[in-house]
Design a protein around this ligand. Structure first.
Ligand code: NAP
Length: 421
């Protein structure tokens, strides 16, 4: 583990991987963290004491975390120099230590790197973006029954239009592609692209689709959840979105045929009642799914979808249960995982100790479950729920709740620590 500028902690050990990608977690794991830009320092200052206090409560000192700061975004520029938004050290440390947590990162303006977050996911092949969405009692929501939505969204993270294969209108590449499609071997398609078009490519692969759907089905099986829904826009984009759904079903049947059943089979062979113990595989068109989560939320538990659909759907679902300030997320691959606040850097609140740290704290809960420290996660989640029930909340919730006590970002962390059982 040789780094250009990082000095790993002298105490603690690295998490290691088994051949089946499961983790060996030592009693004193070293966990790299990226504080993040903007409000990142505020939420990290509130969150880390919550993590340490919960680990101490559960294990009484027998286990602990050694935090290891690594850099990305604006802080990395100060350490590594101009344009070093995502240093190789940072990628290497995440590869070496397997599990990391991060705050939000600003998208650099003016070329160089398109998005640090997207680069992290692609460089480390973190192919599943996992976003659980549930309501916490008392959180103001725009819908009548926010408690009915309790889903985990698996969003494919490494392909689709997000891959960044696109050319600006007027560029030679855009002209060449347009010429090829209009007048080359594809002419027989009979489609004419306008010459003043920008061009983007939407690749969806068998491998990418199947491994994402596999992760979603494994999650449903491990957590005894009733269904996995493949969300796609295959009625229009047949060979990308439609193929995603077809490959997901194909993999589900081939690899989990004894433990899954399709919705069509439930209707045709079981009178609409899924046999006990089987995970139902179903699919929905993406636009309809936005209605479904509002109108029939109880019919969904795990959702697996392509990159862009997942981006929209996960933020819409988060809004339904009360907003981004409390929405956790993770980017998980076979070799490493990064847990992250799902909101942005909220620059107007940076340094004010004001923003809601709930998103990064709940992302930490996902991280503890991933490490097999589920009891730590349960304690933090319960304490956070109690802090909200007691109406000790940050500005974003306070402004929508009557009779609430406004607390700062760090004050909310302290409230959670007080409620840790
Ligand atoms: P944003 O930072 O998420 O903030 C938009 C608004 O959402 C805030 O003004 C605030 O609303 C609310 N909000 C966000 N986080 C909150 C929290 N923890 N607690 C309470 N309210 C919260 O979105 P943005 O302004 O569009 O993006 C700013 C930068 O962040 C951009 O550079 C963007 O690229 C980047 N970004 C990074 C990530 C990531 O790293 N994962 C994700 C998204 C965006 P009110 O003003 O109403 O209080």
């Amino acid at each position: 583990m040789a780094y250009e500028k990082l000095t790993p902690p002298k105490t603690g050990q690295a998490i290691t991987l088994n051949a089946d990608h499961s983790l060996n977690v030592p009693d004193h794991p070293i966990l790299p963290f990226i504080e993040g830009d903007g409000c990142g320092a505020d939420i990290w200052r509130a969150a880390q004491p919550v993590f340490d206090a919960a680990v101490q409560k559960v294990f009484g000192g027998k286990k602990s975390i050694t935090w290891f700061e690594i850099y990305a975004g604006e802080k990395a520029l100060g350490v590594y120099g101009a344009n070093a938004w995502l240093p190789q050290d940072t990628l290497q440390a995440i590869r070496d230590y397997k599990v990391a947590i991060k705050g939000p990162l600003a998208t650099p303006v003016g070329g160089g790197i398109r998005s640090i977050n997207v680069a992290l996911r692609q460089e480390l092949d973190l192919y599943a973006c996992v976003r659980p969405v549930r309501w916490f009692d008392g959180v103001p929501s725009p819908v009548k029954a926010p408690q009915d939505l309790d889903v985990v969204i698996y969003r494919e993270n490494t392909e689709d239009i997000y891959l960044g294969v696109e050319w600006q209108e007027g560029s030679q590449e855009a002209k060449d592609v347009i010429e090829y499609l209009n007048n080359g071997p594809c002419k027989k398609l009979g489609k004419t692209l306008r010459k003043d078009s920008g061009i983007g490519i939407k690749p969806i692969s068998i491998m990418g689709s199947k491994r994402l759907a596999r992760a979603a089905i494994v999650y449903a099986l491990q957590n005894k959840l009733p269904s996995v829904t493949f969300v796609h826009k295959g009625n229009i984009m047949k060979f990308t979105e439609g193929a995603f759904s077809a490959w997901a079903y194909e993999m589900g049947k081939a690899e989990f045929g004894d433990r899954t059943i399709t919705e069509a089979e439930v209707v045709e062979k079981h009178n609409g009642q899924a046999p006990a113990g089987k995970v139902v595989l179903k699919d929905r068109i993406a636009d309809s799914m936005f209605q479904q989560v509002l109108l029939r939320p109880t019919e969904y538990s795990v959702i697996a979808t392509t990159n862009l659909n997942g981006d929209y759907l996960s933020d819409a679902c988060a809004a339904q249960v009360g907003g981004l300030g409390l929405a956790p997320g993770a980017n998980i691959g076979d070799q490493a995982a990064i847990f992250e606040a799902t909101h942005g850097t909220a620059p107007k609140y940076a340094g004010q100790n004001k923003i809601n740290p709930g998103s990064v704290i709940l992302s930490g809960c996902m991280m503890f479950r991933h490490m097999g420290w589920g009891e730590v996660a349960n304690r933090i989640e319960n304490a956070l729920a109690e802090a909200i029930s007691a109406k000790t909340v940050t500005y974003d919730l306070e402004r929508q709740m009557s009779g609430a006590t406004l607390v700062s970002c760090s004050g909310f962390g302290e409230a959670i620590i007080r409620h840790l059982a």
